[in-house]
Design a protein around this ligand. Structure first.
Ligand SMILES: [Cu+2]
Length: 130
């Protein structure tokens, strides 16, 4: 082997090593998606919230840019958390007392937060689009 062949092998190994290192670190970046609380199914994402004496979870991380369906689950919910207001999408609705009411939310831009509350504003929840 000539010196230049050896040199080019060293350079090639170096480039491959760098490429692997970068793809490894971007893989870790991708794992941040695990911070999402929603379940993505097809071109929509879904989150279950329990509405009873407030909302649980109160803070949700959702994916920006795709529609979200909030599934509000109630079980003998007779308090005011059964009335949901999400001002920025003009949503006002009464949940069924027992069961699941779906609230469709159109795709939102990254870095925005959508806030919802009960009718009187004493119980709240927030959805961060990341
Ligand atoms: Cu209330």
């Amino acid at each position: 082997m000539t010196k230049s062949t050896i040199l080019s092998i060293i350079v090639a190994v170096g480039i491959i090593g760098l490429a692997l290192w970068f793809s490894g670190s971007s893989g870790k970046g991708g794992a941040e998606v695990g911070a999402l609380n929603t379940t993505i199914n097809g071109d929509k994402q879904y989150i279950d919230i329990v509405a009873k004496g407030g909302y649980s979870p109160k803070v949700i991380n959702a994916k920006a840019g795709i529609p979200l369906v909030v599934k509000m689950n109630t079980a003998n919910t007779f308090d005011c958390s059964a009335f949901v207001v999400i001002p920025s999408i003009n949503y006002r609705g009464t949940l069924q007392k027992d069961g699941t009411t779906e609230i469709p939310i159109p795709a939102q831009p990254a870095g925005t937060t959508l806030r919802g509350s009960c009718g009187m504003g004493m119980y709240g929840f927030a959805i961060n689009f990341i």
